[in-house]
Design a protein. Sequence first.
Length: 320
Amino acid sequence: MSGKQEQNGKANEYAIIISAHNLLQINGSNVCIEQNKVFDNAKRKFDLLPDYQKDDFLNSAKIGLNHIFELEPRMKNSKNELIKLSLQPDKKGSEGDVRDILFIRLSNYEIGISAKNNSIFIKSGRLSDRNDYFNKFGCSESNFFKLEKNKIFSLIDVKKIKNWSDFYEKEKNIYIPLLNSLVAEIKRKISDPLFAINFMDYFLGSSNDYYKLSNFKKETLVEALNFHNTLNKPFENINSITQIGTVEKPKEIIKIEFKTKDGQQNTIEILFDNGLKIFLRIHNGSSRTQKSLKVEAGILEFPNHYYKQGFKKIKVKKSK
């Protein structure tokens, strides 16, 4: 992630948590924000932005939160019970918890929002000769995959070749062989009935139910990932504006395909039996050569009962 992307991502999280605080206060709720280093860092990133960009983040947050409050009556109705808003540290994502903002009450209530800014990717990680890429899926790399992977990465001499642009036919020599090895390893694992579940759990963060609020250039997008049927519950006699179904967890991976995207052969698509289809894209992620590659994942087709609602944004004019 570039410095600009990281700044905008943190600024977007700040815009959401401060907008949630303000909207809940207007509603008459008893609400506070947990003051910590994560919040302070997000505020600093937000304060560095020009006013038009601050307004864009705040407007998008307000649009998305108002809809989430309609879907989740318990978020803003509390009988004056304190609602604590908290920003989670980035390390939570690597542990499988993709929620960035938490709404917490003492009465055993915790709902989270995953914040995204202008990104179609749901997860990213790195594949190298030093880490076990498959341990995040509840298993380990086979010796066969380790040998193939290490052989491919041994072709990268960072002392001789400083930049990826100077690497001869990196797709043919690195990307395609690595993808072939990755697909072969996935196929070795799919006989394990838990592999498909663990695979989806990691990429979608499905160990927790959560809402996802994404800010794009022309649209604010709200999604609900209701794996354990904990979202969308009424508060006393106040019901949601619509019913959100429970997302089924997959039992198996049924298809893996190689795809060419933007003229590059660096992508595979994986189809699950619950309707979910994701892509994994391998790329260098940096201009300088490294003995590791970035693996980014995104959703192509959504699983059954996946809730998604977009809202067109009003263009915010730049100040002169």
